[in-house]
Write a protein that binds this ligand. Sequence first.
Ligand code: NAP
Length: 333
Amino acid sequence: MESLQFVLASRPIGLPVKGNFRMEKVVLNEPGDNEVLLKSWYISVDPYMRGRMNSAKSYAASYEVDQPIKGGIIAKVIESKSNSVSAGDIVTGTLPWATYCIENAENLRKVDVQKVSPGYYLGILGMPGMTAYIGMMKICRPLKGDTVVVSGAAGAVGIVAGQIAKLQGTRVIGIAGSNEKCRLLKEQFGYDEAINYKTTKSLRKDLALLCPGGVDAYFDNVGGEITEAVAANLDFHARIALCGQISQYNNTKPYIGYSILPHLLTRSVLLQGFIVSNYSEHFGEAISYLSQWLNDGKLKYTETIVEGFDKLPEAFLGLFTGLNQGKMLIKIE
Ligand SMILES: NC(=O)c1ccc[n+]([C@@H]2O[C@H](COP(=O)([O-])OP(=O)(O)OC[C@H]3O[C@@H](n4cnc5c(N)ncnc54)[C@H](OP(=O)(O)O)[C@@H]3O)[C@@H](O)[C@H]2O)c1
């Protein structure tokens, strides 16, 4: 049978462009022993994939030129030669950006989509949700009465991280890239304040006004000038969860900013970088709390769903221009 797939056509220099991706037709063999034929349903695009487009060695292996891009996918099992999954099951795994693929069943996990929307397993109940929980609860460790700042606040990780902080009895300030996102953060997601970093005259001064007692915990999704502005407002013994640096992912030269280290030194700040896959011992706890909070209506969530397999590259590129509110997903019928 025929499938469509996206391969890495060339490595990007700076901000990726559509030409770095190529859609092609492939013919699939019949599934062999313990293999299944899958039809992609929801495909996740995530900022870390930008790093995988480079050749430089990192924690996630580079994509190879002319080979399929891979990422988190929810798929329907069409045909199975495995005892562990059956036709009709819904599964998730790290799979090629393809309309159909053959995969070994050992690399798949069945998911229950009766009570939860399928995309949640790529978002709040998947890698971004684990990241929000672990970064906030194990690294920021918010205490009642603390002031917590979250950058990239309206994205997949940020929207959950801020709400988790609120559930701990803190005051939460979000930083995001549009007035609409700031409005949503306050009106729907319980943030106390939100600042549009694209229009403010001085993020540093805005934060000083909103956080007169200083910032006790900072969940950093973006880095760069935004983090410099937060660092200048940190309180003594503040904690920073260094989760992401999306403002730097397309740099062609090393970023030389204002050094935040003197602030960290003089205010005895604890900064912890983390890669969520290294914290798998907390996944069970994270899923249990996130599911409970969702069931109780204490945690709200949103997705930006782009329809159509051919839209994958532009949805991915949209992460770098702020096209998404909550988790960015591609849906294929
Ligand atoms: N450490 C880990 O294990 C781990 C796991 C998952 C994700 N992450 C990191 O966490 C961050 C958020 O990931 P996510 O999946 O939740 O993505 P996301 O926030 O859903 O999407 C990316 C968002 O980043 C913002 N952005 C893009 N370019 C920016 C810039 N130059 N300056 C400031 N903001 C910018 C945009 O929102 P605006 O409209 O607000 O600009 C965009 O919507 C990323 O840095 C990602 O790499 C880390």
